[in-house]
Design a protein. Structure first.
Length: 278
């Protein structure tokens, strides 16, 4: 009987995720159609993202004009790190980020009731419902360019590291999602949630600096409490030839533990939601 139960469970699980992927595709196409109505706005948003990323590059270029390394990172290695932040941020907007930005309004107006009655987990529905192609698209494209440019200018660049880099990018997305879910779980007690999303915004801003610049309590804080130091440093260090096994294991461990804690906090917080019908 055991194999039958396991097989049935696997079939049910695969069917559920197939349904989720179909829903995600539907939400993404709906967003794309909306964005194409205002094509000038789409182009301006992408252009502004590229400009802001360019400002970051100029900042680091000025800094590296006076020093050779920052925390042991060269200029081209840092470009990979900064670019990785842009890629992760775009992946976040293609999945959960926009949904969390809308969460406060849903709770305040009582429209969150609709999510509770949807035939899918609320944390998944929230992640897919408001996917955005426009937000941070320019940053993502510029990020890919910076990663490629920095990688091409490394003396010891190896294409063998690319699959592991992509895997750790996904791991960084999980950390970002878990942190966002944990922080936004507090929305059920707050009237307005702008401050919560400000916390998440600065979480990603600190990710563009090498983890090696932190020491002592600061390093522990940005690794285990607010793990932004792992978001870009871990995948970027793989392409840059700086990766160490313990850093990769640490990043995966933090992602698993933080996701488990965030889901527990989210489910606990749902009990304190006062629906529009109550």
């Amino acid at each position: 009987m055991k194999p039958l139960v396991t097989e049935a469970y696997a079939t049910s699980l695969s069917g559920r995720w197939a349904r989720y992927l179909r829903l995600y595709r539907s939400f993404l196409m709906h967003n794309l159609k909306n964005e194409m109505i205002y094509r000038a706005n789409f182009a301006i948003a992408v252009g502004m993202d590229i400009v802001f990323m360019g400002v970051n590059v100029v900042f680091f270029a000025i800094v590296y004009g006076n020093v050779e390394t920052i925390g042991g990172w060269t200029f081209h290695q840092t470009l990979i790190l900064v670019g990785s932040v842009g890629v992760v941020r775009e992946l976040a907007y293609l999945t959960f980020r926009q949904g969390f930005l809308q969460l406060g309004e849903y709770v305040r107006t009582g429209n969150f009731d609709v999510m509770l009655t949807a035939p899918m987990a609320t944390f998944v529905h929230l992640a897919f419902r408001h996917v955005s192609l426009t937000e941070s698209l320019g940053e993502g494209l510029m990020g890919l360019f910076l990663v490629g440019y920095g990688f091409a200018h490394l003396d010891a660049a190896s294409w063998i590291s690319v699959p592991l880099y992509l895997l750790m990018l996904f791991n960084s997305l999980v950390i970002y999602y878990a942190f966002s879910l944990m922080v936004n779980s507090m929305v059920f007690w707050l009237v307005k949630s702008q401050e919560l999303n400000t916390v998440v915004y600065y979480f990603m801003n600190t990710a563009r600096y090498p983890r090696e610049i932190y020491h002592g309590l600061g390093k522990a804080f940005f690794t285990f409490i607010v793990p932004s130091s792992l978001i870009a440093t871990t995948p970027a260090s793989i392409l840059a030839g700086r990766a160490e096994g313990h850093l990769i294991g640490l990043s995966i461990g933090v992602a698993v533990v933080l996701l488990g804690f965030a889901l527990s906090m989210w489910n606990w917080s749902l009990h304190y939601y006062s629906s529009a019908s109550s």
